[in-house]
Write a protein that binds this ligand. Structure first.
Ligand code: RIB
Ligand code: CA
Length: 315
């Protein structure tokens, strides 16, 4: 069954890989991209989204510019992780296509309300656009089919503070609104994404195919690998967002627990930290499914196979 997906994204190196995986997956019909601040500014992220779509000959996919700032927190971008332009060492020509005039949060509302229980929302950046959409039109909560969120670090260390993951740290207030909205959420935290490391051998496999797409993947992930080596002593790079996208059509890649999950807004050292109530101490009902186990190489094989097939389709 085709999944009609909206990708709310902050492109971003691993976001770009998720966009390519969506385009390479026959199970998915990409209904549009809403761009949010995060890895780079919304302005730059919108350019990156348009450029990656053009690279992949998918200019028909509409792109909507979303919020430029978190709801409450000051802006935090990640040039050290994704590069000044947000796509590492990759250089893409300026996009010929333009974003839509409609705002990102308005697009989310219009699309979800126009197709009740049909839209799968995949959130792979800070949740500002989604929180704004919920506040503007609360009925999207019961009209969205399902929501997949890349965010949080449950039992895993943070990647932005010792406790917090980037997407929920950048806009913890937005995460709080979305987590407690009642939307049918599946959360993909660092607990599983940090087991999905894109290795140099994986990249070399893709580079056997001479293509603008494999060159883009190489130039983008080389920067990302240097970051992971320098800051976290990881050999390779963590591709958080493609795993999150893959779970929309291959949920069996992970094992899940239904849990009550919350995010810390106290403003102290654990600000933006996402935690789960494993022993139901709060007596609150579970508000999401959390991926806590994963088959990493099954995922990586899927990603590589899809990238190879997609790239060869351009040859
Ligand atoms: O913490 C990883 C997440 O933050 C990923 O979605 C990455 O692209 C950044 O947005
Ligand atoms: Ca992202």
């Amino acid at each position: 069954m085709t999944k009609h997906i909206i990708l709310d994204t902050d492109p971003g190196i691993d976001d770009s890989l998720a966009i390519l995986l969506a385009l390479a997956s026959p199970e998915i019909q990409l209904e549009g991209l809403s761009v949010v601040h995060g890895n780079s500014s919304t302005e730059q992220g919108t350019i990156n989204a348009l450029s990656v779509l053009e690279l992949a000959k998918a200019s028909h996919i509409s792109v909507y510019k979303g919020c430029d700032l978190p709801l409450v927190q000051p802006s935090l971008l990640a040039p050290e992780t994704h590069g000044a332009q947000g796509i590492g060492y990759a250089k893409l020509s300026a996009p010929q296509i333009k974003p839509q005039l409609q705002k990102g949060s308005d697009f989310l509302i219009e699309k979800i309300m126009s197709a009740p229980k049909e839209i799968t929302l995949v959130c792979i950046g800070p949740l500002t656009n989604v929180a704004m959409a919920i506040r503007q039109e609360p009925r999207i909560v019961e009209n969205v089919k399902e929501v997949f969120i890349m965010g949080g670090a449950i039992r895993h260390e943070g990647n932005t503070t010792p406790l917090a993951e980037f997407n929920t740290y950048v806009d913890p207030h937005a995460a709080h609104i979305v987590f407690h909205s009642g939307m049918p959420i599946t959360l993909t935290p660092l607990d599983v994404t940090y087991q999905c490391i894109f290795l140099k051998d994986d990249l070399n496999r893709l580079l056997k195919i001479d293509s603008p797409i494999t060159k883009f993947i190489s130039d983008a992930t080389r920067f990302y690998m240097e970051f992971h080596d320098e800051y976290q002593k990881i050999d390779g790079c963590v591709i958080n967002d493609p795993l999150t996208l893959a779970l929309t059509f291959m949920p069996e890649l992970c094992d899940y627990q239904e849990l009550y999950v919350d995010v810390d807004l106290s403003g102290g050292v654990s600000m933006g930290n996402v935690f789960a109530d494993f022993y139901n101490m709060t007596k609150k009902p579970a508000n999401m499914k959390v991926a806590l186990g994963v088959r990493p190489r099954d995922f990586m094989e899927l990603f590589l196979e899809r990238m190879e097939k997609f790239t060869l389709s351009f040859a």
